[in-house]
Design a protein around this ligand. Structure first.
Ligand code: ADP
Length: 446
């Protein structure tokens, strides 16, 4: 096992990884930018290295500075968290060349699954259903038009290197598809320096359901059931829950087994999430694999009792998975609300600023993952996630009730947050009856 791990990330996920390290008796080193160097959470690490100015390009995305920080602090492994370099195969490769363990999959697996076109091909090989669509990349708008007319509108153009909902466009006709093609390509080019696009049938009113998987270096793999991440704004998750409230046992088993087949076909090691769209007739279609720890991993931890970040570390250290599928069970219902520094009344625009008040809720079954304390400043340079509020209760009704209570307790001043939006969603009859799809916020929230 490692004795020191460097955390190449910031904020709540840095705190989450520091905790996993300390629970395993491992020392944690964090890198931080000048914007974060006085942040309270940095003091929880055993050592901190300031690696540069606030701009991510000069700090959290700067590979030479991160590798240097690992070398001067004698860290044997790097945990990338999520975002920043977490799905950068080149970074994982450099870690390997420098003799530092990257806590995640191999660069080869990351590259294979990070290309969504290749991941689709792999899924088909593993007999996992994919959304009807292109066999490979779509080269030009003529090819897109031809395929769209074959599979029928509406269709969605997506970026092969996509993430964060960027480079995605829905088209309902030949005319909109032509302009969508140019727009999606330009956006993908700007966001990922890779304009490769592919095309999928646009599934109307689906749910987003994903499966958590763990795999070791010896070919053992288990799933830890599903998460339902249907409540999204602009294709970005806002509320997640497990189990998926509408899944029957047989569909659950088929879905989880499909995820395992895919991960094993890829020869994958470490933690991964296979994402699917669930249609209203319970058919499911693979959309992508995330090769990192996800923001919403917490709800899986609550219902299974498994510490996923510890597992990532143990698997990266070469431990064999002692878990067997029959030993993993779900207990109760867990819901996570992402508390973002965003103003839901102004189309979720970021609302950075200094916190005069920050009073998280508590009580039985309430977990708050955050890096903030009163007096700290939320920087405009980074992600707007300021806390994850997680509730775990025996039933969905109780989980919703306690979540509302906890949201009302949470005091964050003076900035705008997503708390009012969460309260509105959790009180909505369609959420309560689990009759939602990924367009729920767009249609129902003013
Ligand atoms: P990203 O990697 O950019 O997050 P994903 O492929 O994971 O993109 O998709 C994000 C979200 O976009 C999904 O959860 C879903 O809401 C929507 N989406 C993606 N593909 C489709 C599709 N073919 N039909 C309908 N909605 C889709």
């Amino acid at each position: 096992m490692f004795s020191r791990i460097l955390i190449a990330n910031r904020g709540e996920i840095a705190v989450r990884i520091i905790r996993a390290c300390h629970d395993l008796d491992i020392e944690a080193v964090v890198v931080c930018s000048q914007a974060d160097k006085d942040a309270a959470y940095v003091q929880w690490a055993d050592e901190a290295v300031c690696i540069g100015p606030p701009s991510p390009m000069e700090s959290y995305l700067n590979i030479p500075r991160i590798i240097s920080a690992a070398e001067i602090t004698d860290a044997e492994a790097i945990h990338p968290g999520y975002g920043f370099l977490a799905e950068n195969a080149h970074f994982a490769e450099i870690c390997r060349e420098c003799g530092i363990t990257f806590i995640g999959p191999t660069p080869e697996a990351m590259r294979l699954l990070g290309d969504k076109v290749e991941a689709r091909t792999l899924a088909k090989k593993a007999m996992v259903p994919v959304v009807p669509g292109s066999e490979g990349p779509i080269e030009n708008d003529q090819q897109a038009l031809k395929l769209a007319n074959e599979i029928g509108y509406p269709v969605m153009l997506k970026a092969a290197a996509g993430g964060g909902g960027r480079g995605m466009r829905v088209a309902h006709s030949d005319i909109t598809l032509r302009s969508a093609f140019a727009a999606a390509r330009a956006e993908a080019e700007a966001a990922f320096k890779n304009g490769t696009l592919y095309l999928e049938k646009y599934i109307e009113r689906p749910r987003h359901v994903e499966v958590q998987v763990l795999a070791d270096n010896a070919g053992n793999a288990v799933h830890l059931f599903e998460r339902d991440c249907t409540i999204q704004r602009r294709h970005q998750k806002l509320i997640e829950e497990c189990p998926c409230p509408v899944l029957d046992d047989q569909t659950r088993e088929n879905l989880c087994k499909a995820a395992l087949r895919l991960i094993q076909e890829a020869g994958y090691q470490n933690a991964a999430t296979c994402e699917f769209l669930l249609d209203r007739d319970n058919s499911f279609y693979f959309i992508e694999v995330n090769t990192r720890i996800q923001v919403e991993h917490t709800i899986t931890e609550m219902i299974t009792g498994q510490d996923l970040v510890q597992w990532q570390i143990r698997l990266a250290a070469g431990e064999a998975l002692p878990l067997r599928q029959k030993d993993i069970h779900m207990q109760g219902v867990a819901i996570e609300c992402r508390i973002n520094a965003e103003d839901p009344a102004r189309d979720y625009t970021p609302s950075p600023g200094r916190l005069t008040r920050f009073m998280p809720p508590g009580g039985l079954g309430v977990r708050v993952d955050t890096h903030l304390t009163p007096g700290e400043t939320i920087s405009p340079y980074y992600d707007s996630l300021i806390a994850k509020l997680i509730v775990h209760k025996p039933s969905r009704d109780e989980a919703i009730r306690t979540m509302k209570r906890a949201l009302r307790e949470f005091r964050i001043e003076p900035i705008a947050t997503t708390i009012p939006a969460h309260l509105e969603i959790l009180s909505h009859n369609q959420f309560v009856t689990a009759d939602v799809d990924t367009g729920f916020i767009g249609r129902n929230m003013s």
